[in-house]
Write a protein that binds this ligand. Structure first.
Ligand code: GAR
Length: 211
């Protein structure tokens, strides 16, 4: 089986990208290789992380295009040029149009910092997700890694992990704990499973096949 080429799409700090880079250097992205990092803004610190790891970095910025659709088309073209097999959205904050899902059906993975279907969908991103979870008073939150379909945060779930809310939690503290205990572990794990062809999508359910 030839190695799957992975592109990671980022907008900010890129700690999930770093988790993927670290997993790769430990040999834990079985049959996968990080081939490109694409940022939605040129100042994303994630680009610095890519550079340090020797991964080619690119910028595809929404403001360089007339519409989200045009931006998505440009992105798909770039992914094709780079022979990408798997697209990972790791804190990518720009909404893409359906051309992306059509070009990569069940081959786009997103990490979301809550237990979907709670605290997800339009307007739920980054720190806002944790603010809403604390406002609601839930006792557990967590992270979800899922395939991307046309519905925001609505695609088949690959992996989830719960994280407890603690007395006195702030959105920042909760965000950090969910990253450490869930996101940074689940995302590399899901990517590795994909690259080994061990994920089978059956309706809304993702079956994980034995190695
Ligand atoms: C992560 O918590 C990720 O789950 C979240 O943004 C953060 C990015 O951090 N993504 C979303 O909210 C998408 N809806 P990072 O740049 O340090 O990986």
């Amino acid at each position: 089986m030839s190695k799957k080429r992975i592109a990671v799409l980022v907008s900010g700090g890129g700690t999930n990208l770093q988790a993927l880079i670290d997993a790769q250097s430990r040999g834990e992205l079985v049959n996968g290789e990080l081939g490109a990092v694409i940022a939605s803004n040129p100042d994303a610190y994630a680009l610095e992380r890519a550079k340090r790891a020797g991964i080619p970095g690119y910028v595809v910025a929404r403001k360089s295009y007339g519409s989200s659709r045009e931006m998505t088309r440009a992105l798909v073209e770039r992914l094709r040029e780079l022979s990408i097999d798997l697209v990972v959205l790791a804190g990518f904050m720009t909404i893409l149009t359906e051309e992306m899902v059509q070009a990569y059906p069940n081959a786009i993975i997103n990490v979301h910092p809550a237990l979907i279907p709670s605290f997800c969908g339009a307007g739920y991103y980054g720190l806002h997700v944790h603010e809403r979870a604390l406002e609601y008073g839930v006792k557990v939150s967590g992270a979800t890694v899922h395939f991307v379909n046309e519905e925001p945060d609505g695609g088949p779930i690959i992996l989830q992990r719960a994280v407890e809310i603690l007395e006195g939690d702030t959105p920042e503290a909760l965000q950090r704990r969910i990253m450490e205990q869930a996101e940074w572990k689940l995302l590399p794990q899901a990517v590795s499973l994909f690259c080994q062809d061990r994920l089978r999508v059956e309706g809304r359910t993702v079956r994980i096949l034995e190695a």
